[in-house]
Design a protein around this ligand. Structure first.
Ligand code: FAD
Ligand code: DHB
Length: 389
């Protein structure tokens, strides 16, 4: 026994929620199944950088009002190393910028809009398995202790890196792990900078980001097996001050903290029968390039186009090309994220030769227009398909 819909979406992160909204704009019905509560997903602190293409997508889909009011538009970033500071001017180099706006704000805006539009998001509902993906797809789920099944035409696996939709089948997984992680804090202290600071230091990488004029988001490179128990607040602040070389950074109340491992992963193809993977369910990037949420939004933009073409005309051509279309951008972001990670993090053994190579490349990227443009056009979002037009 169970319910029916056109598209069954597993996961209410940026991918699942945006897909549900884009489908609604095309008159296509969906149900989003989310294992966590609404409060939990709205409070989950994660990424914070929107490429211009992502910000434009939110606006053109009618869910960008608060982002345009409260998001912070930045035209560049700062790189600090060896006591030097250099700015990479995205606007001058690419004509584009970024918007700093927390992922949980994007999630809140999308949830509110879906509910205002009468959309179905089933919180506290765990998808347990999928079946029939070649002809009669369905998602089995558990809600209020009952086991039920949702029948649908298509399943969108938007359930992140620990979901259930990306196992099985003939897909190939490409992956890389890193020996370090990021310790991230959200703190009640005004940002000590007007643009993000990426700092390379003998003691490891640090990043100064922000959410509002009162709230800062700060990260430190730590070992992969590090735990928060080893990081009392005063250690976090003194390490941040040292690595960022930022005298104006004032300690403030830490509202949230956590350690995120660094991983690169791509699953190919991202589709099988009537099942389509999107976002972290299909690929993971180390956070240095700020690409995770942007890739998730781009996947579902392409998936929504394919699904609406199918419902409109019965043509599967676009859907059949879904994975191929997404993967070009995904691999560019995978390369950029791995490259930025290698450039800005100390390796575990502290190899002096690697250190000198990194410093040399940092000097190159901050003095050569060609090298700076490479960084800038990847950071703001590079799409080979756009370039061919
Ligand atoms: P998610 O946001 O993970 O959403 C998946 C949803 O599916 C979740 O709500 C989950 O609860 C739900 N779900 C999972 N399994 C089931 C199931 N069986 N049934 C129902 N629902 C299910 N990127 C950056 O660029 N910078 C950062 O600083 C950064 N920090 C991060 C910190 C953490 C701790 C994590 C995990 C990721 C971080 N990322 C960061 C990556 C970025 O946040 C992700 O790329 C982004 O969340 C991808 O969106 P998504 O919708 O694909 O997946
Ligand atoms: C943020 C996260 C990132 O991974 C990044 O590269 C830049 C900013 C952030 O959370 O603000």
């Amino acid at each position: 026994m169970g319910a029916e819909t056109q598209v069954g979406i597993i996961g209410a992160g940026p991918a699942g929620l945006m897909l549900s909204h884009l489908l609604h704009l095309q008159g296509i019905e969906s149900v989003v199944l989310e294992t966590r509560s609404r409060d939990y997903v709205e409070a989950r602190v994660r990424a914070g950088v929107l490429e211009q293409g992502s910000a434009d997508l939110l606006s053109s889909a009618g869910v960008g009002d608060r982002m345009r009011r409260e998001g912070l538009v930045h035209d560049g970033i700062k790189l600090r190393f060896e006591g030097e500071e250099h700015r990479i001017d995205f606007r001058a180099l690419t004509g584009r910028g970024i918007t700093v706006y927390g992922q949980q704000e994007v999630v809140k805006d999308l949830i509110q809009r879906r509910l205002d539009d009468g959309g179905q998001i089933w919180f506290d509902t765990q998808a347990t398995s999928i079946d029939g993906i070649e002809d009669h797809p369905g998602v089995s789920y558990c809600r209020d202790g009952k086991a039920l099944r949702l029948s649908c035409d298509f399943i969108a696996g938007c359930d992140g890196s620990h979901g259930i939709s990306n196992g099985g089948g003939e897909s190939r997984t490409y992956e890389r792990s890193y020996p370090f992680a990021w310790l991230g804090v959200l703190a009640k202290t005004p940002p000590a900078t007007d643009e993000l600071i990426y700092a390379y230091h003998d003691r490891g990488f640090a990043l100064h980001s922000m959410r509002t004029p009162e709230i800062s988001r700060l990260y430190l490179q730590v070992d992969a097996d590090e735990t928060m128990a080893n990081w009392p607040e005063d250690r976090i602040w003194s390490e941040l001050r040292l690595r960022l070389a930022e005298p104006h950074l004032q300690p403030g109340e830490i509202i949230e903290d956590g350690i995120t491992p660094m991983r690169s992963l791509v699953i190919e193809p991202m589709q099988r029968g009537q099942l389509f993977l999107a976002g972290d369910a299909a690929h993971i990037v180390p956070a240095t390039g700020a690409k995770g949420m942007n890739l998730a939004l781009n996947d579902v933009r392409i998936l929504a186009e394919g699904l609406s073409a199918w419902y409109r005309s019965g043509s599967r051509d676009q859907l059949d090309r879904y994975s191929e279309q997404c993967l070009r951008r995904i691999w560019r972001a995978e390369h950029f994220s791995a490259w930025m990670t290698g450039l800005l993090h100390r390796d575990q053994g502290g190899d002096p030769f690697e250190h000198k190579l990194r410093l040399s490349y940092l000097r190159y990227v901050t003095t050569s227009t060609a090298a700076a443009t490479t960084l800038a056009e990847n950071y703001v979002g590079y799409d080979q398909l756009d370039r061919r037009r």
